[in-house]
Design a protein around this ligand. Structure first.
Ligand SMILES: *Cc1c(COP(=O)(O)O)cnc(C)c1O
Length: 367
């Protein structure tokens, strides 16, 4: 019968840090004592190591995920492959950062509905939104779910669209066909720093060079400025932290998969539906989203049992004041997700007992 109340926060960064405590403290100490806090050996080494992990030629570190997205798009503009007013397709249910990066570059975000079963971009919907002005797809592996498929690849090739990826929630998903990929290392991501950090990853020598220059005030020779650039750097401390954590990423993603498999196998409640289960290679379970018509009641019920949950995301971009120009848009799938989505606790620091407790609570839920 019902176990005594456990207290399960949605995500405990403290517990995640504790998994590699000694190595992390050593790395932080090493940087503190080195006297080199920016643009030095830790960043150089992490760029090499993360590019290798992603199976790409280049990794350029920067200050955060939004900057990575913004710098990536800006590089294509500086190279003349994107122009003011060009349309960029984005999933309508993404986190706002994806869309902000498009707007910030004078490009036009075009919202594409996701598939209700997978919660990621719908290729048929994508095709419907391709116009003569469409130049790029900015795909998002939301929740850690691989959004790429052959059909999307074919559409990009047929219409000569750049295939760009927001992989902020998807460290470990391969992006073999992508032109360029942006990452966030925000503390709560699968690979998280001690603060803000991000990176752009690509096989294109020139895109990498332009991103690097843009992120360094537009300069790649001291006091000579090629572009109106920005200051977007990853701290050496964070590069050192990420170097400690990167070798554990695959096993931590596997732990996430094991927990997700347990949720999939054991959650049985007609009031709750789960997104389509993907092959392990196609999902790193940054989040574990479930859908429930009585979502707010369910969230309060779980809170009462000591279980923390979050909603990703309660207000979709087209309903935000920041994008008032979209207030008349109707995007039923995106709106359904905003009304019904709830993310369960899932992290490499979560134990089997906790997973069982969450599962039991869900199975006992009655509206
Ligand atoms: C976290 C996130 C970002 C932004 O990353 P920051 O490092 O917080 O700027 C962008 N896109 C998605 C999908 C994210 O989840």
């Amino acid at each position: 019968m019902a176990e005594k109340n456990l207290n399960i926060p949605f995500l405990s960064l403290k517990d995640i840090t504790a998994l590699h405590r000694d190595e992390l403290m050593q790395a932080v100490g090493r940087v503190a004592e080195s006297g080199w806090y920016l643009q030095s050996d830790e960043n150089k080494a992490f760029q090499t190591e993360f590019a290798h992990y992603c199976n790409k030629q280049h990794c350029v570190t920067c200050a955060n995920g939004l900057d990575a997205l913004t710098l990536m798009l800006r590089a294509y503009k500086e190279r003349g492959q994107l122009h003011d007013g060009d349309e960029v397709l984005v999933p309508a249910n993404t986190y706002i950062a994806t869309i902000l990066a498009v707007s910030a570059n004078g490009l036009v975000p075009v919202l594409v509905e996701p598939e209700a079963e997978t919660l990621v971009l719908d290729a048929l919907e994508m095709e419907r939104h391709i116009s003569v002005r469409t130049r790029a797809l900015l795909l998002v592996h939301l929740y850690g779910r691989n959004a790429y498929n052959d059909r999307i690849g074919r559409l990009c090739r047929e219409h000569s669209l750049l295939l760009l990826v927001d992989a902020a929630q998807a460290h470990g998903i391969p992006n073999a066909d992508a032109d360029c990929v942006a990452y966030s290392f925000y503390p709560g991501k699968n690979l998280g720093a001690f603060g803000d950090a991000g990176a752009v990853v690509t096989d294109d020598d020139d895109v990498a060079a332009v991103v690097r220059t843009l992120a360094n005030y537009g300069s790649n020779e001291k006091y000579v400025f090629e572009y109106k650039g920005m200051n977007s750097r990853m701290d050496e401390i964070n590069a050192a932290v990420l170097r400690v954590k990167l070798p554990y990423l695959d096993e931590e993603n596997d732990r996430r998969r094991t927990i997700a498999a347990s949720y999939y196998d054991n959650i049985h409640n007609s009031l709750i539906s789960l997104p389509r289960r993907l092959a392990d290679a196609d999902c790193v379970y940054h989040l574990f989203p479930i859908l429930c018509r009585e979502r707010d009641v369910l969230q309060a019920y779980l809170k009462d049992k000591g279980i923390g949950t979050l909603i990703h995301y309660p207000i979709p971009p087209h309903r935000q004041q920041a994008y008032a120009e979209w207030s008349d848009l109707s995007l039923p799938v995106t709106e359904m997700i905003a009304e019904c989505e709830l993310s369960l606790p899932l992290s490499p620091a979560l134990g089997d007992r906790e997973v069982r407790y969450v599962t039991d609570a869900l199975n006992e839920f009655r509206a």
